[in-house]
Design a protein. Sequence first.
Length: 125
Amino acid sequence: MRNDPSGRRSTFPHMSGLETCPSCDSPLVQPLSSSRRKAGEVNLKLRCPECEARISIVATEAQVAAYEDVLDDGRDGVKRAYDRCVAESMEALADCFGRALTLDLVGADDFAAGRLRSPVVRRLR
C-alpha cells in the first residue's frame, strides 16, 4: 500500500523488482523498514525519492536478496564515483601546487609556524 501526494491510498500487488517504483518507474526505491514473517516472507516498507510513493509489500527471501544485491551495487557505484572525485580533486590541487612552485610563488616561509596560525588557516581546521 502507498500514499501518493494526492492522499489516495492504493495497493501494488506485484513489483517486478523491489528497486523499481510501481508508480513512476524510478529505479531508486529505498528501504525504510523490514520485519520477518513466517514461511520465509518479509514485510517491507519502501519509499520512492522521486514521487514520494510509500510502498508496503510482502516479499520473498529471494526478492529481498536480489534487492540487497541491487542496493550493494548502487552503494559500490556511489563509492567509486566518490573515490574518483577525490582522486581528481587531489590531482588538480597537486598540479596547482606544482605550478606555484615552478613559478616560485610558494616558498619555505609560506609554511612558517606563524603563518599557519592565521585566522584563515584556523577556520579551515
